[in-house]
Design a binder for this molecule. Sequence first.
Ligand code: ADP
Length: 246
Amino acid sequence: MSDSILEIRNLTVSFDGFKAVDGLSTSVKKGDIHFFIGPNGAGKTTLLDAICGRVKPAEGKIIFKGMKDVTKMSEHEIVELGIGRKFQVPSIFMGITIYENMELAAARKRSLYSTLFTKLSREQTERIQDVLQKIGLYEKRYRTPAALSHGEKQWLEIGMLLVQQPEIMLLDEPVAGMGRKETDRTGRLLKEISEKCSVIVVEHDMEFVREYADKVTVLHEGRLLDEGNMHKIQQNPKVMEVYLGR
Ligand code: ADP
C-alpha cells in the first residue's frame, strides 16, 4: 500500500490562459514535512490554493489518501476532510482571549456569538489544553492575542488549526518575520505536529528548509524542477541557476 497522503497528478491551474501551475505531479508522504520552494512567481501559493479548494484547476487531480479527488470538492468539504490551511493574513480575533480563539477554532465557528450556543465536549476542551501546552501559550491563555509576540501569534494560528485535528496542514511562509530562536521553535513544533499530521510548507528561508525538510520540491514557472532531500536539491546546477537568476 502506498504511504502517500496526497497525490498531485498532472495539475494545471490557469489564469486567463496563463499557467501558474503547469502539469505538476508529485506526492506528499504521510508524516512528512514537505517543503515547496522556488523563486517568486513559481506557482507555490497557487498550488496551496488548489489543494485547499480556493482555486479550481484546469486539468489534473489531487488525490487524498488514494481515494478522494479534492479538486471536485468545495473549500468547506476539504476542511472537513482534514486538510487545514494557515493563510499569511492572520485569522486571529484580537478582542477575545487566546483561549476563546481556540474555542472558536475547536468548534469550527466564525463568531464568538455562535460559540455561546455550542457546548464543547470534554474531549475538545482537553484537546484545547493540550494544544495550548504544545504551542507554549497555556500560561497566557486568558490574555488577548494583542499581548503576544509575532512568533507567538503564528503559533496560536497553528494551534487553531491543530485543534481541528487535520491530517494535512498547509502553511504559507510560517517563519516569515521571525528571529532565529522563534524560527527554531517553530521548526520543533512542526516536527512534533508531523508525527500525526503531514505538513506542507511554502518557504523562502533556506536555513529553515535545510534543517527541517523531509522532502523538498522545487518549482519554477509552474513546473517541477527537482525534488528529493535538500542534499540532492543543492547539487542540482539548474536549481542554483533559477535562484541566482542566471
Ligand atoms: P509564488 O507563490 O511561487 O510566488 P504564485 O502562485 O503566487 O507564485 O503565482 C504564480 C504566477 O501566477 C505568478 O506569475 C502570478 O502573477 C500568477 N497569479 C497568481 N494568482 C493569480 C491570479 N489570481 N490571477 C492572475 N494571475 C495570478
